[in-house]
Design a protein around this ligand. Structure first.
Ligand code: NAI
Length: 250
């Protein structure tokens, strides 16, 4: 028997077309979970992920929607309920960066990152919680960042959003623990995806040198932790932030 078993569970993963979201969706599927794969614009990539998931033998439902819109987040959650019957796991993964120093940061760069990374998580949680409360069970897992814990030059908007995610996680955890729902955050360090690809080799080498485990992270490192938090193995854990960063922030 699998140590982590998610057979028959139903999950939503936002921003599931690539990177960490894709890895999370595939991992949950391998463990027996049916998936709603949310994407914003890249239909071809998300359909590839859906094919890979269906080949595993579980359901994959593709749902377009921009999580920063309250109405579109509702559409994603409603589609999950209609197609899968329950929502056992919500993974708020969708995120963007618009990096620059504070002196150069435009108001719209700040607003956009907060709207997607912070309000997007709120929107999905807001629509999912009533369903989980009725079920008297559920798992909410929010993808924060090491930067939400430590701050980072050039990422005032992103760090604010990712620190905000931690505030949401702890507050919602306190509100709904009595209903059998846990809410936790994962704080990835530097994970090799399209988001971090733009940084260039020199920057990556410097970051690697600051990581005690001496390697950059892979999407599966985050997916493994999400799988644990989504499973019965984490029954007594709520309101926590688990760093998965090779020791980058100790
Ligand atoms: P990525 O850029 O490869 O993937 C992000 C996904 O979110 C894409 O599929 C994108 O289409 C989707 N997305 C963006 N805006 C959206 C919206 N408004 N509505 C729906 N979907 C939207 O990035 P990556 O690296 O896979 O990141 C995933 C999450 O992990 C993000 O929240 C990111 O902030 C976080 N993270 C990533 C780290 C890294 O080193 N790669 C480190 C710490 C956190």
């Amino acid at each position: 028997m699998d140590i982590i078993n998610l057979k028959g569970k139903n999950a939503i993963v936002t921003g599931a077309s690539r990177g960490i979201g894709r890895a999370i969706a595939l991992k949950l599927a391998e463990l027996g979970c049916n998936l709603v794969l949310n994407y914003r614009s890249d239909i071809n990539s998300v359909q590839e992920v859906a094919k890979e998931i269906e080949a595993i033998g579980v359901k994959a439902v593709v749902v377009q929607g921009d999580v920063s819109s309250f109405e579109e987040a509702k559409k994603i959650v409603d589609a999950a309920k209609e197609n899968l019957g329950s929502i056992d796991i919500l993974v708020n993964n969708a995120g963007i960066t618009k990096d620059t120093l504070i002196m150069r940061m435009k108001e719209e760069d700040f607003d956009k990152v907060i709207e997607v990374n912070l309000k997007g998580a709120f929107n999905c949680i807001r629509h999912t919680v009533p369903i989980m409360i009725k079920q008297k069970s559920g798992r909410i897992i929010n993808i924060s960042s090491v930067v939400g814990l430590s701050g980072n030059a050039g990422q005032v908007n992103y760090a604010a959003a990712k620190a905000g995610i931690i505030g949401i996680t702890k507050s919602v955890a306190k509100e709904i623990a009595s209903r059998g729902i846990t809410v936790n955050a994962v704080a990835p360090g530097f994970i090799e995806t399209d988001m971090t690809e733009v940084l260039g080799d020199k920057v990556k080498e410097n970051i690697k040198a600051s990581i005690p485990l001496n390697r950059l992270g892979e999407p599966v490192d985050i997916a493994n932790t999400v799988a644990f938090l989504a499973s019965d193995m984490s029954n007594y854990i709520t309101g926590q932030v688990i760093s998965v960063d090779g020791g980058m922030h100790i």
